[in-house]
Ligand binder design. Structure first.
Ligand code: MG
Length: 332
């Protein structure tokens, strides 16, 4: 087997690859939640604390896009995976692999953007590494970030219970379509901006407001991939109301024009939460009071069974299938 683009696209094909690789590892758990859980991050109990640890590499093209850039993305990717576990981000490391000939000024713009995202969540970049590869060996720049955080309450992606309401903090598909439009020079009328944002402040507010049974960020593979993973790992069925799904009109028309499902493309500033019914309205209000949650909505309910079903606008039902990959490559 040779590695293909699909192996890095966040869907079922990547899941199979990781499952096969994982079977070669015997040491995947440091006493808490380990790699075998395939959650957003690991949890390591240490000195009475729950440390959260995660890593994320960034290869997005173009490097600068409406709403963000690879610098902001590389901080948000790691901060959000920590946040999805209930972890307050503390310290981040950054490994940069740069192609020979890369402009210094561009590098400086990227680093400044990283700093702005760090400031939003009061985290720091405390360790780094820089390597340069000879001309032609690398397309521009690749950035890896790792991060540690501390969780008071650890939240898994597998904790959904019957009756839970499914909440998202805003419109779906913005990042994937912003990248696609910029890369291909498509004009969808109104400019689509990436949602890339560091979500710890929003998640912290939600955790202070009510109970959260499960959390996941719908990045590569989009909402369709993340919601199926949550249903499968929780051993429950999720029923989604199509009319409740927040999707921008511009994203909807771009999706229709290109035949791409907005539920299968990446988001970089979104969280899916499973919240018990008695807390759903207060958590929703808390999310809506935050700048990254203004379009938050309750979009579905957890029931007995398996799979993800969508009650459609026209009164039918269909499965939301886990996608093979992300229809837009190199989004993060
Ligand atoms: Mg994640």
């Amino acid at each position: 087997m040779k590695i293909s683009m699909l192996h890095g696209a966040g869907g079922e094909v990547m899941g199979e690859l990781l499952g096969r690789l994982l079977s070669n590892l015997t040491r995947t758990n440091a006493g808490g939640i380990g790699l075998e859980a395939m959650d957003d991050g690991a949890v390591i109990p240490f000195a009475g604390e729950q440390l959260v640890f995660t890593t994320d590499s960034h290869i997005v093209r173009p490097l600068f896009f409406p709403g963000g850039d690879i610098g902001r993305l590389s901080i948000c990717g790691t901060v959000n995976d920590l946040a999805m576990m209930g972890g307050k981000p503390l310290a981040i490391s950054c490994g940069m692999v740069i192609g020979e000939g890369f402009e210094y000024e561009t590098l400086e713009r990227i680093v400044r953007s990283m700093d702005e995202a760090l400031a939003e969540v009061d985290a720091s970049l405390v360790a780094g590494d820089t390597k340069v590869m000879e001309r032609g060996a690398l397309d521009g720049i690749v950035i890896n970030t790792s991060g540690i955080g501390r969780a008071r309450t650890v939240v898994r992606d597998c904790g959904l219970q019957e009756g839970d309401r499914i909440i998202v903090n805003g419109t779906l598909g913005d990042h994937g379509f912003a990248i696609l439009a910029q890369r291909e020079g498509f004009d969808f009328g109104e400019q689509i901006r990436s949602d890339v944002a560091p979500l710890w402040g929003l998640v912290e507010l939600a955790l202070e407001t009510g109970e959260i049974h499960a959390m996941k960020d719908p990045t590569r593979g989009g909402f369709a991939s993340a919601i199926n993973e949550m249903a499968r790992k929780s051993g429950r069925r999720i029923v989604i109301q199509e009319k409740a799904l927040p999707i921008r009109r511009s994203v909807q028309s771009a999706a229709a024009m290109l035949g791409i499902d907005p539920l299968e493309v990446a988001n970089e500033g979104k969280v899916i939460m499973g919240v018990p019914p008695q807390d759903a309205e207060s958590v929703l209000s808390a999310l809506r009071s935050h700048r990254y949650g203004r379009d938050a909505a309750i979009i579905g309910t957890v029931t007995r069974g398996s799979g993800v079903i969508m009650d459609t606008r026209i009164g039918g039902e269909r499965f939301i299938e886990p996608p093979m990959g992300d229809p837009v490559p190199r989004v993060c």
